[in-house]
Design a protein around this ligand. Structure first.
Ligand SMILES: Nc1ncnc2c1ncn2[C@@H]1O[C@H](COP(=O)(O)OP(=O)(O)O)[C@@H](O)[C@H]1O
Ligand SMILES: [Mg+2]
Length: 424
């Protein structure tokens, strides 16, 4: 983080290529800061993953309850459980932004358009609060490959902080937003306000998750940590240029040239109609008992025959002597993890290698992301909605059904034969 030299008047931005190199103590404190943020990132990522399993189960069972025709008063209570679990899962998602484990899209974006969209979203509040916005957007700003939603989130967080700083201090003020081309390879976005600025004592801590000086209900302390995570994810840098005249945040981004591409392999989010499919035999391999049970309960309600094992080696053994149409498999498991389980299916020539859906808590730790991207296999990210689970499963089962020319698949045939022999 770059801060104003003690006693300096409002500093000129010093982010051109000719900027003097950092002094040793400044360099060292920057290094310490980076290390501290990395350690915090690891801790936060651990906490978020631990919370994901129970949250997935709470949300899942609340949704099952909601679909069971409850009395009106019970309905209200079950809905509250679901909504609060959802709120907690949003916090977890935000923490994963900081831990840089949200898989960014990569699309050709124009930073100016992102700023304009973010401002449009705040236009009502800005007007009501009487805050003025001055925009100076560079007309020929080069486009860059980036995640437009994430960048918009970062801009929104900075604008909202500026708004709050103004409202809480002087009641109103001016927010200045500027984009500019620094060089052929770098662009920058500045968001400044003429509020009180950030006190020197707290400046080194503002990017930490949960650090806030605002009263409960206004501040969560997550805004800047999300900005930090998003900018890091884009190989950029966010700095605070503090001054007596207010706070100025600068986001510096590389210009990445490329095709207009979105890499998000097995996208499962999004609402689509769920088309019911005929009953199938499904194997669930998941070491977390509550999640395994949730998936079993949901899919049994859908009319499928579902078995679950908590151990992947046991899963392989079971698959070898019973037929299934589909496997739903956790990615992170002790002993044999998801990728190893998948390899083993491929090596043994099992048709289930093409009939697998993964569940993952760390969608987007680099190793997991790479595996999912290279294999192109569908996956569900925890915490998922019951709807999402049904959607992915039904899509996959329909694809399998179509590939089989509308014939019942192996597992269903075997099940039919079993039922018949039981009847006989
Ligand atoms: N524009 C600003 N002016 C003054 N202080 C700021 C500004 N932006 C952020 N801060 C300081 O940084 C802290 C952390 O910000 P943030 O992570 O967004 O959390 P929150 O806004 O929920 O407090 C704020 O509580 C505030 O003390
Ligand atoms: Mg904030």
């Amino acid at each position: 983080m770059r801060r104003a030299a003690p006693g300096a008047a409002e500093p000129e931005l010093r982010f051109t290529a000719e900027a003097p190199p950092p002094q040793p103590d400044e360099f060292q404190s920057k290094l310490l800061q980076t290390e501290k943020m990395a350690a915090l990132g690891r801790m936060v990522s651990g906490i978020a993953h631990e919370l994901n399993n129970p949250l997935t189960a709470i949300m899942g069972y609340a949704q099952l309850l909601l679909s069971h025709g409850l009395r009106q008063d019970q309905l209200v209570e079950a809905r509250r459980v679901f909504q609060e679990a959802e709120r907690a899962s949003r916090i977890v998602k935000n923490l994963l932004y900081f831990a840089r484990e949200k898989n960014p899209e990569r699309t050709c974006v124009n930073l100016n358009e992102i700023v304009e969209r973010a401002l449009a979203l705040r236009s009502y509040e800005l007007r009501v609060q009487n805050n003025a916005v001055e925009c100076d957007l560079a007309p020929n700003l080069p486009q860059t490959l980036a995640d437009p939603h994430q960048l918009q989130q970062a801009v929104l967080n900075l604008v909202m902080n500026a708004e709050q700083a103004l409202v809480l201090s002087r009641g109103k003020g001016t927010i200045s937003i500027r984009t500019r081309t620094k060089s052929e390879k770098r662009i920058a976005l500045e968001i400044a306000d003429d509020g009180p600025g950030v006190p020197k004592e707290i400046a080194p801590r503002i990017f930490e998750p949960f650090f806030t000086t605002k009263p409960p209900g206004i501040g969560t302390g997550l805004g800047l940590s999300i900005v930090y995570g998003i900018v890091q994810q884009h190989d950029g840098e966010v700095t605070l240029e503090n001054s007596a005249g207010g706070a100025r945040f600068v986001i510096d981004l590389p210009v990445v040239a490329g095709q207009d591409a979105v890499e998000n392999g097995g996208k499962t989010r999004g609402v689509a109609a769920i088309v019911r499919v005929p009953s199938r035999r499904i194997m669930v391999v998941e070491d977390e008992p509550t999640i395994a049970q949730l998936v079993v309960d949901v899919l049994r309600e859908e009319g499928h025959h579902v078995d679950a094992v908590l151990d992947s080696q046991e899963g392989l053994a079971q698959i070898s002597h019973a037929s299934y149409d589909l496997v739903i498999c956790d990615l992170r498991m002790p002993r044999l993890d998801g990728p190893a389980f998948y390899d083993s299916l491929v090596r043994s020539g099992s048709p289930l290698a093409d009939r697998i859906i993964f569940i993952t808590g760390d969608t987007l730790a680099p190793r997991t992301a790479q595996f999912l991207q290279v294999s192109g296999l569908p996956f569900l990210a925890k915490p998922f909605l019951v709807q999402e689970l049904m959607l992915v499963v039904n899509q996959k089962l329909r694809a399998i059904h179509d590939a089989d020319g509308g014939e019942a698949t192996d597992g269903a045939k075997t099940e039919k034969a079993r039922t018949m022999s039981r009847k006989a």
